[in-house]
Design a protein around this ligand. Structure first.
Ligand code: IDP
Ligand code: MG
Length: 150
């Protein structure tokens, strides 16, 4: 069972795309086990994006992700990291495949709407940065699951 941290970035909130993006993840059958609206402060932004520290775009990235409210969620399930990354699309929306979230709703790499964890280890690390265990409802039953998982 993997966990992916997904962030609907400030541009998604400002552009009124939260519902649209959540719908696409939800309608795929992915199971949301945590969800909240928050504003990321600089310290958390630097921690979340620590792997990019020192890169040319790092300061702009921290400004972007802290520039307004975000919606943060955790999705749990087998193989969710790869599935969500595929649904999100390539980092640069100009190069993302049609039908992905970034291709369908974004045009700039620095305004690409959504973050999703890139490995199971990142999913765990990032989830712990944003949620207490008690905030995650990992064990609730969805009666629809037999119609989604063979
Ligand atoms: P990812 O979000 O697809 O995992 P990463 O390479 O981890 O992409 O980069 C993190 C975020 O940093 C991207 O989503 C994007 O917002 C921003 N970013 C990455 N590369 C660039 C760049 O070359 N210019 C501006 N922003 C960038
Ligand atoms: Mg990344």
């Amino acid at each position: 069972m993997e966990r992916s941290l997904v962030i609907l970035k400030p541009d998604a909130v400002q552009r009124g795309l939260v519902g649209t993006i959540l719908t696409r993840l939800e309608q795929r059958g992915l199971k949301i086990v945590g969800l909240k609206l928050m504003q990321i402060d600089e310290q958390l932004a630097r921690k979340h994006y620590a792997e990019h520290e020192g890169k040319g775009f790092f300061n702009d990235l921290v400004s972007y992700i802290t520039s307004g409210p975000v919606v943060v969620l955790v999705i749990a399930g087998d193989n969710v990291i790869e599935m969500i990354r595929n649904t999100v699309g390539a980092t640069n929306p100009a190069k993302a495949a049609p039908g992905t979230i970034r291709a369908d709703y974004a045009v700039s790499i620095g305004r690409n709407l959504i973050h999703a964890s890139d490995s199971p280890a990142s999913g765990e690390r990032e989830t712990a940065n944003f949620f207490q265990d008690a905030e995650l409802l990992q064990n609730f039953n969805r009666t629809v699951d037999p119609w989604i998982f063979e």
